[in-house]
Design a protein around this ligand. Structure first.
Ligand code: HEM
Length: 142
């Protein structure tokens, strides 16, 4: 599977907006995640304080390299390792997707058009599939 040029363009259009509002998007994302899916909270409890900000930041960074996944492979491996350590499972991916996309809508407002939102859902799903596959292998090795 790969992403269409249309999706990549829509993602790239939103990168400066997301970067400018990164702090607000991150804060809102965790607010939504922990209130709507409280079962995820303990997974983040042992995170070093700056680690906490990595998730949303990484998603934005990933988006910036959306058309150059080779660059991301080392990052993907590190994410998968950390996720397995913190017991991230496939069931959690839609929760983070919901929290992230809702947070982006709340913070970016009208700039987060339906086309851009759809592109983000597609891109998130794309990366989530790569991560889940690698994490599945790592869990199987344990
Ligand atoms: C496409 C989706 C996701 C991306 C791009 C992503 C990215 C990342 C990155 C880059 C890190 C830091 C890794 C490190 O430096 O060691 C991380 C850590 C972590 N992620 Fe994810 N993640 C995703 C989905 C999820 C999901 C679904 C969960 C489950 C709720 C989750 C929970 C965590 C936890 C608990 C940590 C460690 C604590 C922390 O760094 O805050 N992630 N993730």
């Amino acid at each position: 599977m790969s992403l269409s040029q249309e999706t990549i363009t829509a993602i790239k259009e939103t990168i400066p907006l997301v970067n400018k509002e990164a702090e607000n998007v991150t804060t809102r994302m965790y607010e939504i995640l922990f209130s709507k899916y409280p079962e995820t909270k303990s997974m983040f409890d042992n995170a070093a304080s700056d680690q906490h900000k990595k998730l949303a930041g990484a998603i934005a960074a990933f988006a910036g390299n959306i058309d150059n996944l080779g660059v991301l492979s080392a990052a993907v491996e590190k994410m998968a390792q950390t996720h397995v350590k913190t017991q991230v499972k496939p069931i959690h991916y839609p929760m983070v997707a919901d929290a992230l996309i809702t947070a982006m809508g709340d913070v970016l407002g009208e700039a987060f058009t339906d086309a851009r939102k759809n592109a983000w859902v597609e891109a998130y799903t794309f990366l989530a599939n790569i991560l889940m596959q690698r994490e599945h292998e790592l869990y199987a090795q344990q």
